[in-house]
Design a protein around this ligand. Structure first.
Ligand code: AVI
Length: 312
């Protein structure tokens, strides 16, 4: 049993306002559902970032202004789908790099390596499984400059305070002159954002309810997911999209392995995730609070998303 999962579930479901941490969405099943989300046309984030990295690869690499060879260290590489276009450009131009994908999932990493071997056989890949910061520390001592990739709007899942803390940690583990390319979802027509999350296919609903199934599987609970639903709403004033699981009736759920019985009121909410959307003022603040300077923002043609290049 994963103790931190058990402890975090206990803390979240005994809090006055119940919550579950979104990092636990990603068991094997959840990761598969997340792939489905990324393939939905309504989830514009994937296409927007893919477009930026496909069409502006040359401009991004030029803006690095790095001596060669250099390292590209990707935090949470996943299936590497978005990064592929950037790597393809480097190989095509014979620009010498070490690509260092970092992920916690061995399964995802094996797939990524197999794909890269097949499609970009000359690329130098140094895969790493494990903790971001331990691995980053090693690159601080490396003689070559490094570009860190933190793509996919992952920063949006952190509160302001936690986002700054995380970015400061990145900064602490970088050398002077190293750069960070960070994917950030922008404020836009609220309807577009709403449709990407409260999707008509019910995939995001399944993604959230899978968290209850995970608690059933791993902690011996008896959640009946027919008694729960999903809701989220976007607040255009602060750019926060908050997601919730809703209890459809008054009910009790037993979580055997942690000896906990949880009572849910009719329509009680469990908060599951923040997906924050930013404007450029907020991006400037985020960068300066975490001691980076912004080199350039690379936008998609619809201006839905930015891959923002920062320098230490
Ligand atoms: C991983 N993260 C950036 C996604 C997001 O958009 O916040 C997770 C997600 N949640 C619902 N749909 C996608």
């Amino acid at each position: 049993m994963d103790c931190s999962f058990a402890e975090d579930v206990r803390s979240g479901l005994t809090a006055e306002k119940k919550y579950l941490l979104s990092k636990y969405f990603y068991d094997d099943n959840g990761s598969r559902i997340f792939q489905e989300i990324m393939n939905m046309p309504e989830y514009y984030l994937t296409d927007a970032e893919f477009e930026i990295l496909s069409i502006q690869a040359k401009q991004i690499i030029e803006a690095l202004d790095f001596s060669r060879p250099f390292n590209i260290v990707e935090l949470g590489a996943g299936d590497g789908f978005k990064t592929f276009k950037l790597l393809e450009y480097l190989v095509k131009e014979r620009i010498e790099v070490n690509y260092v994908p970092i992920d916690i999932s061995q399964e995802a990493m094996d797939m990524l390596i197999a794909q890269l071997k097949k499609r970009l056989p000359s690329l130098n890949v140094i895969p790493k499984i494990g903790d971001y910061f331990e691995i980053l520390k090693a690159f601080k001592k490396d003689n070559h400059p490094s570009l860190l990739l933190f793509l996919g709007a992952n920063i949006g899942n952190y509160s302001d305070k936690n986002a700054i803390e995380l970015l400061k940690l990145f900064n602490d583990n970088m050398k002077k002159g190293d750069k960070l390319l960070i994917g950030i979802d922008l404020k836009k027509n609220p309807i577009t954002i709403h449709n990407a999350y409260l999707d008509v296919h019910g995939i995001t609903r399944r993604f959230n309810l899978n968290l209850l199934l995970r608690i059933n599987r791993e902690l011996g609970a008896n959640f009946n997911i027919n008694n729960f639903d999903f809701y989220c709403y976007y607040n255009p004033d602060n750019g926060e999209l908050n997601s919730y699981i809703v209890s459809l009736k008054q009910q009790q759920v037993d979580i055997k392995k942690i000896g906990l019985s949880v009572h849910f009121n009719y329509n009680e909410l469990i908060w599951t995730e923040l997906s924050k959307k930013y404007d450029f003022n907020e991006i400037n603040n985020l960068a300066s609070e975490s001691k980076f300077s912004i080199v350039q923002n690379f936008l998609d043609t619809k201006h839905y998303f930015t891959d923002s290049l920062w320098k230490k």
